[in-house]
Design a protein around this ligand. Sequence first.
Ligand SMILES: Cc1cc2nc3c(=O)[nH]c(=O)nc-3n(C[C@H](O)[C@H](O)[C@H](O)COP(=O)(O)OP(=O)(O)OC[C@H]3O[C@@H](n4cnc5c(N)ncnc54)[C@H](O)[C@@H]3O)c2cc1C
Length: 181
Amino acid sequence: RCMMSSASNFMKNMYVKRTPEISKAIHVYSSALKATLTWQNMTTLQECREACGGQGLKTENRVGIFKAEFDVQSTFEGDNNVLLQQVSKALYAEFLTTQRKKKSFKGLGLEHLNGPCPVIPHSLTSVILRSSKFQMDLFCLRERDLLKQFAEEVARHLAQGESRERALMLVNFTFYCTFSC
Ligand SMILES: Cc1cc2nc3c(=O)[nH]c(=O)nc-3n(C[C@H](O)[C@H](O)[C@H](O)COP(=O)(O)OP(=O)(O)OC[C@H]3O[C@@H](n4cnc5c(N)ncnc54)[C@H](O)[C@@H]3O)c2cc1C
């Protein structure tokens, strides 16, 4: 959740310093953040409601009012599921292009894949666990693994004769079911 706040600040800076060259990256970042932040918003409200017990249901504590008010966010300004499909499609296309053309990743936040794979230390002291480098390494490793898995799964469906659109749809669905549980 802390990372979500940092990510949204990063996005705001990106928008303030926008140039035509980064408009695609802004679209991809904002689609991903819009979906994750608005879903997180609802999860947080539910947690607040439960943390307040019966009081959370009282009208004057406004949790229910906020839930009713913010629920629409996952649909308007772009349905969250559809936005995340756009994100996965853009990252997958970037992944394929750089592999085929043997180029470096540039834009879309995938530059960390140009470097070596981060190594997680054997002994995880509290200092390491709290360091921003360690936390960034975890996110980079996760993105690296997920993207590789995603590309492998799409390739598997393509090899079975599925169209590219259907392969992407099937893999998006599998990832959605796996990672939203
Ligand atoms: C209060 C409010 C204000 C709005 N204001 C505006 C506005 O000012 N201007 C404007 O242009 N529009 C506006 N909209 C419309 C809004 O953008 C659409 O409601 C939104 O894009 C979702 O489209 P939809 O309602 O057709 O739902 P659908 O796209 O039919 O979605 C229904 C379900 O199908 C799923 N789904 C859809 N496509 C896919 C797919 N490809 N793969 C997997 N699942 C999929 C969705 O995840 C969702 O669960 C507003 C909507 C609301 C509710």
